[in-house]
Design a binder for this molecule. Sequence first.
Ligand code: GLN
Length: 218
Amino acid sequence: MNSLKIGILSIQGDIEENASAVKKSLLELETEGQIIHLKNTSGIEGLHGLVIPGGESTVMGILLSLQKIHLNLLVRKISEGLPVLGTCAGLILMANKAHDKTLGETKQQLLQVLDVTVERNAFGRQRESFEADLEIPMLGQEPFKGVFIRGPVITEVGKNVQILTRFENKIVAVKQDNIMATSFHPELASDNRFHNKFLSTCIKYYKSKEIGQDGLKS
Ligand code: GLN
């Protein structure tokens, strides 16, 4: 049996923070698994989940688009059901459409797997970073501390997109089938509930891959 493999897109951004959060989830969910740092997407076959971290979505898009074949593979795997967690720049990269609050249209490379429109840098610059308690029913009653660093807001959602939470009436976390995406950085909160939820989706996906149609292990 293959072991659970969780990829972190490791082109740029807060890669180690996400790796630590996934490791913590593996412990908390008492699951064995390994973390794979993807420098490009050639290692994506065989993964059971993928984190696209925060950072700079334009840079990630440029570096990914230099490898067109791999970019297409990434889009295909996500569209076929690979569980993904995108935080901040990761949300932007997956969106259908993005524009910058001050610069307007940036024509950046997007994966367009998540049916949302985002406004980048909607809360201002780095020095305007903040934390806020968010009500996220999917995670239980206890509020979740959202860490916002040059975060985007979601201005439009398609009909298949579930809104997970809002901050000041603006949409800041969503779920669409196998994709979860946040404007904030759950990997920087001491609370691991977001990554735990993601990991439990990966475990389900892993089990569905390990057990063939006839119920026998393939
Ligand atoms: N503002 C960044 C972007 O547009 C995202 C910031 C972040 O990931 N913290 O890509």
